[in-house]
Design a protein around this ligand. Structure first.
Ligand SMILES: [Zn+2]
Length: 477
């Protein structure tokens, strides 16, 4: 059945320029809100492919939107292109060797993410034109997924308000459906302010902001026993107050990420963390302020859309990996621990199989493991706004950790390209299902409306918080 479907031919027809886009974005890894070269590459591709292009979407200089088609429902296909710091790596090799430069690298595969979504949108555009079907497809290039909550700001600006359904994906080592198990989260910066003093001559005059931060961490460690088991709290010092032990530290900044399976539980837990900070300030006679940096809602599932996507996956079959892809994947697996590989299989409910280095099967959905939590994603906020479905595309050796040099190393490989084209077919076919089957779209909308009746959406980003946008001259070179 492979490639028998018309829409898959439309994907095949435009895969080469979109693979080139992915490789070009991989080569200019840029951090959140600084994706100027990446968004320019996406803009040029959208224009070449004949989309109507809108730049600076939601006032974000690195967000872009391309639309095609007339009338009918609006289907959004979401892409990303931000990279990560400290994960630079030479492509196509199986040893850790960072490239010279700023140290950034595409260790989450977002070069593939944006390009596969744009490929799917291009195929849907050409299918709409060829079949004369009423309907519109939009590619949304979304900045700052890595901790910046770009889509949350786009949701708040209303750019998805006239969208009927949204489709996206994420790179992974298995081709399957993204389970609705991403956690809601919020990032909070706590700034403690005390009073500096000579730590030996006048310790009684000092009020230590560092003590306050440390007592806050201890308080939160005790809090962890009394929260839901799926909740997560982690922290990192942004400013520990200086390097001199003979000075009482007057200012300390610590960033907390608070996560929970449900948005309302996350917001309640963040309040408890705030109270712990206030307690620490009281104990140390310091003051504390709390600033929200970003926030993301949990991901809402949509069973009608997940079933439609799974049917497309079953019709298409697994990605067409060849012996050379298998050999590269096996070599890459030699750099993982046995635990990395075993946990990848267990995550999707499969027995550990050391003879399988690349996804060569179609998993049932839901998998035997049930929905396994995969961190957080700002697609969560989109999923509260419109019915949303995501795929996971097989673009790396089984056991590859997201945010690892191994992920960066595989980002321009033949196997990643095959996984990218494969997932573009799944997304494009699901979009054409929605454009040609009004009953499916209606079922998706009813499921979404029922979920929102139970729990209304509250943006985890307070209204006064603005995105930390950069302009081209501020982006680090
Ligand atoms: Zn990612």
């Amino acid at each position: 059945m492979r490639n028998s479907n018309e829409i898959w031919d439309f994907v095949e027809a435009r895969k080469d320029p979109l693979i080139a886009l992915s490789d070009a974005v991989w080569a200019v890894p840029e951090l959140n809100f600084g994706e100027f070269r990446s968004v320019a590459l996406h803009g040029a591709t959208l224009e070449n492919e004949g989309f109507r292009v809108t730049r600076d979407v939601a006032g974000l200089p690195t967000a872009i939107m391309g639309e095609a088609g007339e009338g009918g429902p609006v289907i959004a296909i979401l892409g990303e292109y931000d990279a990560l710091p400290g994960l630079s790596q030479q492509a196509g090799i199986t040893e850790h060797r960072p490239l010279p430069g700023d140290g950034n690298g595409h260790a989450c595969g977002h070069n593939l993410l944006g390009s596969a979504s744009l490929l799917a949108a291009t195929a849907v555009k050409n299918w709409l034109a060829a079949t004369g079907t009423p309907g519109r497809v939009r590619y949304y290039g979304c900045p700052a997924e890595e901790g910046g909550a770009g889509k949350g700001f786009m949701v708040r600006a209303g750019v998805f308000d006239d969208v009927d359904a949204a489709i996206s994906w994420h790179p992974f080592c298995f081709a399957t459906i993204f389970p609705p198990a991403a956690l809601a989260n919020v990032r909070l910066d706590f700034t403690f302010t005390g009073r500096a003093a000579h730590a030996a001559a006048a310790p009684h005059l000092g009020r230590s902001a560092l003590d306050a931060a440390e007592l806050m961490n201890i308080g939160v460690n005790y809090l962890r026993e009394h929260m839901l088991p799926t909740s997560r709290i982690h922290y990192a010092y942004q400013d520990a107050g200086g390097v001199a032990p003979n000075v009482v530290q007057a200012r300390t900044v610590i960033r907390y990420t608070v996560r929970a399976a449900e948005l309302e539980d996350m917001l309640a837990l963040a309040e408890r963390v705030r109270r712990v900070a206030e307690g620490a300030a009281m104990m140390t006679e310091t003051t504390v302020t709390c600033a929200v940096i970003s926030g993301m809602a949990n991901l809402l599932g949509n069973p009608p859309l997940e079933a439609a996507m799974q049917a497309n996956l079953e019709r298409l079959g697994p990605p067409p990996f060849d012996a050379a892809d298998q050999a590269f994947a096996r070599e890459m697996q030699a750099t993982f621990t046995e635990q990395d590989i075993a946990s990848a299989f267990r995550q999707v409910g499969l027995p550990v199989d050391r003879d399988t280095a690349l996804c060569d099967m179609i998993l049932p959905y839901p998998t035997a493991a049930g929905p396994v939590i995969l961190g957080s994603t700002d697609v969560g906020d989109v999923s509260w706004t419109v019915p949303t479905v995501q795929a996971l595309g097989a673009t790396c050796a089984i056991g590859t950790a997201l945010h690892s040099w191994q992920m960066t190393a595989q980002g321009t490989s033949a196997l990643a390209h095959k996984g990218m084209v494969h997932v573009a077919k799944i997304m494009a076919a699901t979009a054409t299902d929605l454009l040609s089957d009004p009953a499916l779209l209606e079922r998706a909308k009813q499921d979404h409306a029922a979920k929102l009746r139970q729990r209304p959406y509250v943006s985890p980003i307070p209204p006064e918080v603005q995105p930390p946008v950069l302009y081209p001259d501020q982006a680090a070179e």
